[in-house]
Design a protein. Structure first.
Lengths: 572, 188
């Protein structure tokens, strides 16, 4: 086995070795059981007191969602104005300008919703103040929002019948103090000692060996890069994200960043099983998700290691694989692994440029974001999966002719309606959004925006269509990666993706929690011989089938017009 | 509802202090003990800053080893890849002309010996490294332009080669700036 492939195995193995115990730990933390980090309790109590929060007050699912939406609204308003007026605020050593209203609108939404789409470049579009007090702050709290929401959902299935689902603020604060902050400190220190800048020094300038005068953007980046991965946010300090040699200096830091983005999504699945005292269910879900990941990962690695057919025709040696948009210190193999991880998990950070990936890789990237629950984002991955699961429960129920039930609660019309609406939301946003963009591109090419629609695309033909499809898909998945050739900093893309982002974040959180909250209030039916058991392999396969069928039906035509068409034209 | 608004604002303020003041200060303080004191590791020549260890530079002089093509001309004030798609005809023309340049400056070089990294641009536009193969094909040119023995230059390349992590994980690579500075030192 060569060293590049071995690197993937070792990285994934370490991920599991950290994520599984972490999952068990999280189940205990959120159940209020004794854990070794209880020495942090006084700090949490201090936070509650300063914020006027009574953390022992129980909330029902509606109160949870009200609290969640309120604090998110506060962040939206706060961040919007700080971004617009960042040029007048301190900590701006590079003298960067304030953001235009449409860019600030897009930026603040995309960070509040854990997407980090970034229609600006980190070196010139934000200041050190906004990098920390808006961007990094939201990277912490948006991840904590996702985790806390998932815990509300866990709580609904822990007891037989209840409407008391714990306290939102407690889950939220503990997500930060017991999980995100301590692990971020460790990761940030590893990055700092491997070459990532952490001081507040501004841009530097020097004369190179050959006599060119060039600049170097720097700044306190290490702390943000840690949480951008741990919280599956993905927004980079520098424009080139984790391909940048200061953001991701070595193969070791690359492994650390890869592991960091994967541990919480996996841990949350394990935690679910332990928390509701049905470990097997957690493991079955984990199994389905892992299988789904492999379905996307293996063809991605194979298409990237195969190299570009067009470059092969020129007679050049691609002995390690396709290299356009990739860094030598990582190589194509781990870059392909990163590509899969960052798209299935909604991180959206990149260590290679997706716009230059091979055509089929592009299809797998898009599909990973469309499914969005093979592990999925911080906390929200399992919520997305739950929607597929309810659909699977419903279809299975129809097949055997019984009222469907899940974990001892009847799944009735209301719950299935919610699940169906959430399922339809993604294809609606992705396909309608891409259609509008294509229409504007085709019909209003000369519109007087910051980037004229006719100049949006960096590549002609099918690949150009993929650039637009990718942008909307990434927004819908709250992913944040892009085919970055797209000229997206103009009022059209800023507003369109802003709207997609906000709908695709909050409805898929509220939907599953509403279902869980409604189910939890219902009478508990003990298991009998006729019960459909959710923690079996058969049911796992059933869920996977639902995922495959739903996504294939929704997206095959769009994928056929973009990456698949490009693939077939390159074959000839 | 009103209660949630006040709680949200107060909690946000508390967390801003914890996450945006205390947390980065801890990291910035620790960074002072890292190489480059948290400012990025600079490379000095006769006491003058000539670059950063992790950031690539433009080398076009035949006396030097060349790095990869860059979409930002190695100016690290910004960073970007080319974002060219694999089927883009203009892009493929660029690659073809890079191959021609290499063939022109390296008599006897076969197309099949050219590694892809030397004719494609990196994701950051600042890639400090090239593959071992990319350095190997340039040895003869650099040696003849510097009037050095081939073996001598081979040794310099070998010294500038970083093996995979722990000898096991990831690719081998050659840092171009380190390599060229070692050559300059040799000349003195």
């Amino acid at each position: 086995m060569n060293t590049e492939i071995l690197g993937i195995f070792v990285t994934y193995l370490i991920t599991l070795l950290i994520a599984i115990p972490l999952g068990k730990y999280l189940a205990k933390v959120f159940a209020g059981e004794k854990v070794w980090t209880d020495f942090l309790t006084p700090i949490e109590k201090g936070i509650y007191r300063l914020s006027g929060i009574n953390h022992s007050q129980q909330m029902n699912w509606k109160q949870h969602m009200k609290a969640m939406l309120t604090i998110n609204l506060v962040w939206l308003i706060y961040g919007f104005f700080v971004l617009m007026y960042q040029d007048k605020l301190p900590l701006n050593p590079d003298g960067n300008p304030g953001q235009t209203p449409d860019l600030a609108f897009n930026t603040i939404i995309s960070f509040v919703v854990n997407c980090n789409l970034q229609h600006y470049s980190g070196e010139s579009g934000v200041t050190y103040l906004t990098q920390h007090f808006v961007v990094m702050f939201l990277q912490f709290v948006s991840a904590a929002t996702g985790i806390a929401s998932a815990v509300v959902f866990f709580k609904a299935f822990r007891d037989k019948t209840t409407s008391q689902l714990g306290n939102f603020w407690e889950f939220f604060v503990k997500s930060i103090t017991r999980l995100l902050l301590p692990i971020s400190i460790v990761i940030a220190l590893i990055l700092t000692f491997n070459g990532t800048p952490s001081s507040y020094e501004g841009k530097d300038q020097y004369i190179s060996v050959q006599g060119d005068t060039v600049g170097v953007s720097r700044g306190p980046a290490a702390g943000m890069i840690a949480i951008k991965h741990l919280g599956t946010n993905g927004g980079g300090w520098f424009g080139a994200n984790s391909a940048h040699p200061l953001e991701n200096p070595t193969y070791l830091t690359n492994m650390v960043e890869l592991i960091a983005q994967m541990i919480i999504p996996i841990a949350m699945v394990i935690a679910f099983g332990y928390f509701i005292r049905r470990k097997k269910l957690g493991w079955v879900i984990f199994g389905v998700m892992t299988f789904g990941m492999l379905l996307l990962l293996i063809p991605t690695i194979s298409s990237e290691l195969g190299g570009s057919p067009a470059i092969s025709q020129m007679g050049v040696s691609q002995h390690t694989g396709a290299m356009e948009g990739k860094e030598v210190r990582f190589g194509p193999a781990i870059s392909a692994y990163w590509t899969t991880v960052t798209t299935i998990i909604s991180t959206g950070s990149v260590n290679n440029m997706h716009d230059s990936s091979m055509p089929l890789t592009g299809a797998w990237q898009l599909l990973g974001m469309m499914v969005n629950s093979f592990y999925g984002g911080c906390g929200v991955g399992i919520l997305n999966y739950f929607i597929y699961l309810i659909i699977a429960v419903f279809i299975s129920g129809l097949m055997v002719g019984r009222t469907p039930e899940f974990l001892g609660h009847k799944v009735e019309a209301r719950e299935v309606k919610i699940a169906a609406l959430i399922t339809l939301l993604s294809p609606f946003l992705i396909l309608a959004g891409t259609a509008i963009a294509s229409y504007v591109f085709g019909t209003y090419g000369d519109a007087d925006w910051a980037v004229k629609p006719a100049n949006w695309l960096n590549n002609p033909g099918f690949h150009g269509f993929s650039e637009m499809l990718y942008e909307v898909t990434s927004s819908n998945a709250n992913n944040g990666s892009g085919f970055e050739g797209l000229g997206d900093n103009n009022i059209f893309w800023n507003v369109l993706t802003g709207i997609v982002l906000i709908l695709a974040r909050f409805l898929p959180i509220i939907g599953p929690i509403a279902i869980a909250g409604l189910l939890a209030q219902k009478k508990f039916i003990p298991e009998s011989a006729g019960t459909l058991r959710a923690d079996t392999l058969t049911f796992g396969i059933m869920t996977l089938a639902v995922i495959v069928v739903l996504n294939a039906l929704s997206y095959f035509p769009a994928l056929a017009l973009g990456p698949l068409a490009e693939y077939f034209t390159m074959l000839k | 509802m009103k209660k949630y608004i006040f709680q949200s604002i107060r909690l946000t303020l508390v967390l801003l202090v914890l996450l945006c003041v205390i947390y980065p200060s801890i990291i910035a303080f620790a960074g002072r003990f890292a190489k480059g004191e948290g400012n990025g590791e600079a490379v000095l020549l006769n006491g003058k800053k000539v670059g950063y260890a992790n950031i690539g530079q433009t080398f076009t002089d035949p006396q030097y080893f060349w790095g990869r093509p860059s979409a930002v001309s190695y100016n690290a004030a910004g960073s970007a890849g080319s974002n060219k798609g694999p089927s883009n005809p203009d892009y493929l023309k660029d690659v073809e002309s890079r191959i021609d340049t290499l063939l022109k400056y390296h008599p006897g070089l076969k197309r099949s010996e050219i590694p892809a990294d030397l004719v494609t641009s990196s994701g950051s536009g600042l890639d400090p490294d090239i593959s071992v193969q990319a350095a190997t094909i340039q040895i003869a040119r650099v040696a003849s332009n510097r009037k050095l023995g081939i073996e001598q230059v081979q040794q310099v390349v070998k010294n500038a080669t970083t093996p995979p992590l722990l000898g096991l994980l990831g690719p081998e690579k050659v840092n171009v700036l380190q390599l060229n500075m070692a050559l300059d030192r040799l000349a003195k």
